[in-house]
Write a protein that binds this ligand. Sequence first.
Ligand code: TMP
Length: 392
Amino acid sequence: MSFGSMPIANSFIKKNNFKKQFFYKMEAGFCKNCTTFQLIKVPKAKMMFNENYAYLASTSKFMKKHWGELSKNIVKNLKLNKNSFVVEVGSNDGIFLENISRKKIGHLGIDASKNVCDIAKSKGINSLNAFFNTKTAKKIKLKYGKADVIVCTNTMHHIEDINGVVEGMGELIKDNGTIITEDPSLNEMLKKNAYDQIYAEHMYIWSLSSMNFLFGKHGMEIYHIENNNNHGGCSRYFIAKKNVKKITKNVLTHMSLEKKLGVNKLSTFLKFKDKINFLKKKLKSLLIDLKDKKKIIVGYGAPAKSSTILNFCGIDNKLIDKIFDNSETKIGKYTPGKSLIKIENSDNFRKTKSDYCILFAWNHKKEILLKENNYSKKNGKWIIPVPKLKIV
Ligand code: TMP
């Protein structure tokens, strides 16, 4: 499945760097053996995760609440106390660990991007700027001992050396410890035609089946699963060393759901390919049509997902005037690739006249539409790009 030439999704750029962009050919494939849906080739990790990483997890108050709730559940259900040790792989700006740190529980956050790691440190969170792998895990074990819990949310899909990560987790976790991962779900991507979940930083879209295969190779297994609506639909996996914890009913139910959806069959992905090519044509022709009618079109939210939509569909600044976003790391820059649309502070959205607004951050629909409820009152129309192109 080819998406054509793509920039690094999170590489929002300054005007003077338009000509210095990096492009790669983005192709996704399905492995019948390990049942993983993944990109065939990805750019080097340093190209994606560095001192300029644009995604700040704390830009959404819903996400703050979400990770706050996870920490409460973990502390209660896994009976954590001041002697426990919680490790987070991919700790970003500390959105999850700040809750653990506040309770004075031992912790360490690891993130490959220096800028987000520095933000976490400024909040008093013990943080390490490094790529997590077996070597890093051994160093941490030597310095702090083994972990009771390892949390790794929205990160397992980022890392090419995924076997190194899982081996490292196996090395670092206590024999009766719990690993918790949470990532966009393949089920939901297929159900929602959410092709914008696919980009270099999302090089794998995990299913229970593929995740279990991966951890199984390293002596571990998924014993529990929970699903939620974050990031367009995520699965939270609870993992332990093999035969240590009882497999819950949720795992068995989810397995049969995946079978029914055909997540382990190539034919499912061939159908998905046809559907997204159809959505691509529909979105582009809608925008061209609106532009012909002299309508002003803007966008809301410049998630990494928007880079896939814009570049895959061939949408640029001739069709969309600007995109509003609340991330300091993106405001004043331009969307990457050939789209080159200016990103403005979302505080200006209300002051700017437009007829249509594409909600690129469709996974935050509830929060954004509530905040910007005046837009519809003033006859502005929202364009929702997935699962079906919808105007509301
Ligand atoms: P995400 O889908 O990867 O979480 O990214 C959401 C993007 O949308 C991120 O760049 C921040 C932006 N955003 C806003 O501009 N306003 C908001 O109210 C929310 C929730 C997100």
